[in-house]
Design a protein around this ligand. Structure first.
Ligand code: AMP
Length: 411
């Protein structure tokens, strides 16, 4: 299906043509017409599949620019994702009078409220900041006709479950709800059953949990060999652009200190950096001014890096879901990509889970472990648990905010 076959405003058609969007992606084809028709929707969609535009086109189509109130609300787990969403909406709305805006923590609430007072139709928000603004400013959600929850599973992973439920429960009037998630844990099913009204369910990840253009490579090694193997891989693979994942901020910093002495154009991004720094790093990486980005899961979540040819899991991901999200940073929109995951003896159980749950046929670069053994792979490798490894435990932790008892009025 092509965008020019859709029954949407000519201004939207003009913008889509300018953006170079001609054919709908599979996710767009299966979700966009339902969203336009006003149905509630749950979509399990691959990352990088075009789900932002699948939502943004119907939102720009449905809001009334003459009414200067928030009519669509999009909840996202991170600031970067909020900025990315707003950029896509502004492009699609460039020939209309529709204003979109993002609110997130780490930035003045007064300034954000000033912008909202001037009239914002589509609001993208992280849950924590939205709730703060509902309590402390005149922001109201009475005119919201569409509520979108994006990256729902990650929202819960970050401890936003109560916040999300709270926001859902604030919208008591009739509205459309759209929920996008890469995975469907029980908590999301619960949210769907409780708050969505007879939703259309679209499962694009059912038969292949990750983009098919993605090759899943693994490297079996001792922990203290990781840096050297990484340098070798950089030499042999020659990535156009790569994201190197670590499980903790400390791990990022250690790797960054080592790598910056050996290679050029390497930066790191993690939740401990201030907002301006992170935004600038994202922009530079997106413009390909940075070749290698060392990142934690939170920092790189959901972002669209069109040119990333490689994702390297320097630390083995904490869960099968984290593996899906990390490796979804490459092979976007059908482009080819390689995920290379370092796997040490202590990761063997998680490796088995990742391979089973994500239905992956691993490509081993070099030696392969014996996965038939019930406990672990090669005994020789399992003896080597280095001090470095011991110091790289995840320090990110889960985020929980204490909730006040009284709800603010949203009307
Ligand atoms: P998303 O999954 O929404 O992050 O989108 C991934 C990338 O695909 C972004 O760079 C979008 O701008 C781009 N994109 C989305 N839909 C289309 C389309 N129909 N044609 C071409 N590019 C698209």
């Amino acid at each position: 299906m092509r965008f020019d076959e859709l029954d949407v405003k000519p201004q939207i058609q003009k913008a889509l043509a300018k953006m170079g969007y001609e054919a709908l992606t599979p996710v767009q084809e299966q979700t966009l017409p339902h969203i336009l028709a006003g149905w509630d929707l749950v979509a399990l969609a691959e990352t990088g599949s075009g789900k932002t535009a699948a939502c943004a086109v119907p939102l720009v189509q449905s809001v009334d620019p003459a009414k200067r109130t928030v009519q669509a609300l999009i909840l996202v787990p991170t600031r970067e994702l909020a900025l990315q969403y707003v950029t896509e909406i502004s492009q699609i709305a460039q020939y209309t009078d529709i204003e979109s805006f993002a609110i997130y923590g780490g930035f003045s609430m007064a300034i954000q409220m000033g912008k909202l007072d001037h009239g914002v139709h589509i609001l993208v928000a992280t849950p924590g900041r939205l709730i703060d603004m509902l309590y402390n400013t005149s922001l109201r959600l009475a005119d919201v006709r569409t509520l979108v929850l994006d990256e729902a599973d990650e929202m819960l992973n970050q401890g936003f479950e109560q916040d999300v439920e709270f926001i859902f429960s604030c919208l008591v009037h009739k509205h459309q709800t759209l929920l996008f998630s890469a995975t469907m844990p029980p908590e999301i099913k619960h949210l769907t059953q409780k708050y969505l009204d007879n939703p259309v369910v679209v499962e694009l990840t059912k038969d292949h949990a990750a983009p098919t253009s993605l090759e899943h490579c693994f490297v079996w090694l001792n922990p203290h060999d990781r840096l050297n193997r990484l340098l070798e891989l950089i030499e042999t693979e020659k990535p156009t652009q790569a994201i190197l994942f670590c499980n903790s901020r400390h791990g990022c910093e250690t790797l960054f200190d080592h790598l910056k002495k050996k290679i050029e154009s390497v930066e790191m991004i993690h939740g401990g950096q201030d907002q301006n720094k992170r935004t600038s790093l994202f922009r530079r990486f997106k413009k390909q001014q940075i070749h290698y980005m060392i990142a934690t899961d939170i920092a790189a979540r959901g972002l669209d890096f069109a040119h990333t040819s490689h994702v390297i899991n320097y630390d083995f991901p904490q869960s099968a879901e984290a593996y899906t999200h990390r490796t979804g940073r490459t092979a976007r929109m059908g482009r080819k990509g390689r995920a290379i995951t370092f796997c040490t003896p202590r990761d063997i159980q998680r490796l088995k889970t990742v391979l089973r749950q994500n239905k992956i046929e691993p490509v081993w670069l070099g030696e392969a472990p014996d996965l038939s053994s019930p406990k672990r792979g090669k005994k020789t490798a399992s003896k080597n648990r280095s001090r470095q490894q011991a110091g790289e435990k995840n320090k990110q932790g889960k985020r929980r905010r204490p909730r006040e008892k009284n709800k603010p009025s949203t009307q």
